[in-house]
Write a protein that binds this ligand. Sequence first.
Ligand SMILES: CCCCCCCCCCCCCCCC(=O)OC[C@@H](O)COP(=O)(O)O
Length: 335
Amino acid sequence: METLLRLEPYSPLPFGHLHPHPSARNRPSFAVIVASSPRNQSGKKLRFHGTNITIPIKNQGTVHRSVTVRSEIAAAGSTGDSACSMTEFQLGSRIRAICFYSVTALVAIFLFVGMVLAHPFVILFDRHCRRAHHLIAKLWATLTIAPFYKLEFEGMENLPPQNMPAVYVSNHQSFLDVYTLFTLGRCFKIISKRSIFLFPVIGWAMLLMGVIPLRRMDSRSQLDCLKRCMDLVRKGASVFFFPEGTRSKDGKLGAFKKGAFSVAAKTGVRVVPITLLGTGKLMPAGMEGILNPGLVKVIVHQPIEGNDADMLCCESRNVIANALLVHGYGVHGNA
Ligand SMILES: CCCCCCCCCCCCCCCC(=O)OC[C@@H](O)COP(=O)(O)O
């Protein structure tokens, strides 16, 4: 016998609560639970099958049942009132993601030709900042984003002029963050994990742009990366860090690593904190196969100056955390 139950977000379960994915918060959404035939289950173990979660659940009497939470449905969110309309919503998000990747690949292929042609001049005349390449990256990001989501900016007056070196930092929720940041048109060198360099065309473009590779678990690579950043900043270029080091898995702001701030403290340049709102709802971390519709907001905060890396780290995180809290997002630890 199969039973369909409907649970609102945070509905109580025998062992806790059903938490919707961060992308589903603030939206009318629910998870469909299919209670399958009675089974002999013991313990309260959760088993994940792709996007489904199998939960052993104890019935009123002595019978145990196994329930399957279609977590991706809750994750995508829906305004519909039936399982059918939610599936349509999901299908729309998947199709949107396929179109997004097609557009970004197509645009990248065309623009990459321009990047290759410009490269000898960039190396000769603008080796450190590589403005022409960043202009191409801005075009790539703008053309990719335009058909899929709206961008709203706040605090653009806080952006330092193009020729003023700075350390830019922001929260990191989604693969879409990089696109969103490129639309700012600032020539910052992004610090990137090495595996992204393996993407065809994108990886090659990253090499031409001078994106700085980092093996996150390798302390020698971390040291090399910081030295390279300081060198670049002293030569007039800017650098960009995601100080959380990884995308937030639960949508909440994580702890900040200090690297970015020691670069700023040692070189005496300013830190520009940026808050990105909404990218994690559109394409949550680990769900790169979907692209929900919506709005992304970018807040550029006032630059922070100082020669104490701890203070710069703490202040930058506070500023970003406060902006996230004001807009209804979560933050780990204290803001
Ligand atoms: C030819 C058209 C122009 C093409 C320009 C391509 C430039 C692409 C630059 C991509 C830079 C990516 C930087 C990502 C920074 C980074 O490495 O952050 C980590 C996360 O993300 C993923 O970490 P995780 O959540 O742990 O998987």
